[in-house]
Ligand binder design. Structure first.
Ligand code: CTP
Length: 322
C-alpha cells in the first residue's frame, strides 16, 4: 500500500484545492491531508485566513479524497508525520518547487502542477478589503518593516511619504513601491492605513493627520510623548471607528504570548514580582543612546520592559499588593 501525504490551509475551498487532492490521491492508495491550524498560519504570516479550522477540515472531508485528515500546527511537523505514518510520497503544489527537497531523504517528493488562475488569496481579495498601506518616514525601521510585510497576506505596501522627496524616492525605488510623496494629502488619498516610522517628534502630528484623513494607524514607539496627546488620539480613533495601535511587536510575538499564557495559568504559582530588562548588543552613537530631547532609550525601549509587567499586573500600580 502506498501512502501519500499533502498539506495546506484550504481556506475558501476552491477548484485548485480539489484538483490537488484528486491528483495526490491518484499517486497512491491512502491519502493523508494535513490542514493548518489558525495559530500555525498566523505564525507563518498568513494572517487573513477566513474560515475556521473545523470548516476547512470539513471541506477537505467532503471531497471524499482524504482517507485521514490531520492538523498541522508547527514547523517541522511534516517530517514527524512522514515517519509516524510511514509515508511513501509527499505531494504539494508546484508553487513550492524546491522548498521541500529536504524531505527527499525520508520519502519521494512530488510537486504537482498548480491549477492556474485561482487561489485563496484571490478569493479573499475579491471578498475582503486589502489593506493598502503607506509608510511615513523612510529610515532604519521602515526598511525592515517593508521587507517583512511581504510575508503577510492581505496587506500591500503601496508607497512612502517623506517631506524630503529625495529620501522618499530612494526608499520607494529600493523597495519597488508604487509611489513616493512629499505632499501629505496626496499620500493619504492613495492608501487606507499608515505605518508611522518617522522621527519621534513627528509621531503625534502624523498620527492625528492620518486619523483625521480616515486612515488606520500603526505607529512606532514611542507613540507620543505625553499622556494628553495619547488620550486625544485614541479619542479620535474611537470616534471614527479607526484602528490606532502602537507598534510593540513583542506583544504579538507568539513566544511572548505563550509565555504570558503560561505565567497566568498558575503553572509556576502566583506571580508576585516581575523583573524586566531590555538588553541589546549595539554600536555606540545610536539615537536610542544619545537622544536626550526625546528620552533616548527610556522612551524607545521602555515599552518592552513595561509590557510583561502590565500584561501580568495590569495598569494600576496600587491594585496588586501581596
Ligand atoms: N494549490 C493548487 N492550485 C491552486 C491553489 C493551491 O494546486 N490554484 C495547492 C497548493 O499548491 C497546495 C494546496 O493546494 O499544495 C493547498 O494550498 P493553500 O496554500 O491552502 O491554497 P492557496 O490557494 O495557494 O492559498 P493562498 O492563496 O492563501 O496561498
Amino acid at each position: 500500500m502506498k501512502t501519500v501525504i499533502t498539506y495546506g490551509s484550504f481556506d475558501l475551498f476552491h477548484q485548485g484545492h480539489y484538483n490537488i487532492l484528486k491528483r495526490a490521491k491518484a499517486l497512491g492508495d491512502y491519502l493523508i491531508v494535513g490542514v493548518t491550524t489558525d495559530y500555525y498560519d498566523t505564525v507563518r504570516g498568513k494572517l487573513n485566513v477566513v474560515e475556521s479550522l473545523m470548516d476547512r477540515i470539513e471541506h477537505v472531508r467532503e471531497t471524499g479524497f482524504a482517507d485521514k485528515i490531520i492538523i498541522e500546527d508547527h514547523v517541522g511537523q511534516k517530517l514527524e508525520d512522514i515517519q509516524k505514518y510511514h509515508v511513501d510520497i509527499f505531494a504539494i503544489g508546484s508553487d513550492w518547487i524546491g522548498k521541500f527537497d529536504y524531505i527527499k531523504e525520508f520519502c519521494e517528493v512530488v510537486y504537482l502542477e498548480r491549477t492556474k488562475g485561482i487561489s485563496s488569496t484571490m478569493l479573499r481579495m475579491k471578498n475582503y478589503e486589502l489593506i493598502r498601506l503607506g509608510i511615513m518616514g523612510s529610515g532604519r525601521i521602515a526598511n525592515r518593516f517593508v521587507g517583512e510585510a511581504r510575508y503577510v497576506s492581505g496587506i500591500h505596501v503601496e508607497g512612502v511619504y517623506n517631506p524630503h522627496l529625495k529620501s522618499a524616492t530612494a526608499f520607494a525605488e529600493k523597495h519597488e513601491l508604487d509611489f513616493a510623496e512629499d505632499d501629505i494629502d496626496e499620500f493619504f488619498s492613495r492608501i487606507n492605513a499608515v505605518y508611522i516610522a518617522s522621527p519621534h517628534a513627528t509621531h503625534g502630528d502624523y498620527a492625528k493627520k492620518a486619523l483625521e484623513a480616515g486612515k488606520h494607524v500603526l505607529c512606532e514607539k514611542p507613540f507620543v510623548l505625553t499622556k494628553k496627546e495619547a488620550e486625544e488620539l485614541y479619542g479620535i480613533a474611537k470616534k471614527s471607528g479607526l484602528v490606532l495601535m502602537e507598534a510593540i511587536k513583542t506583544a504579538y510575538a507568539p513566544g511572548f504570548v505563550r509565555l504570558m499564557g503560561v505565567a497566568k495559568s498558575g503553572l509556576i504559582g502566583q506571580i508576585k514580582d516581575v523583573e524586566s530588562c531590555f538588553t541589546r548588543l549595539t554600536e555606540s552613537g545610536l539615537r536610542e543612546l544619545t537622544d536626550e530631547k526625546f528620552g533616548g532609550s527610556f522612551t524607545e525601549f521602555g515599552s518592552y520592559v513595561l509590557l510583561p509587567i502590565i500584561k501580568l499586573f495590569g495598569t494600576d500600580p496600587n491594585e496588586n499588593r501581596f
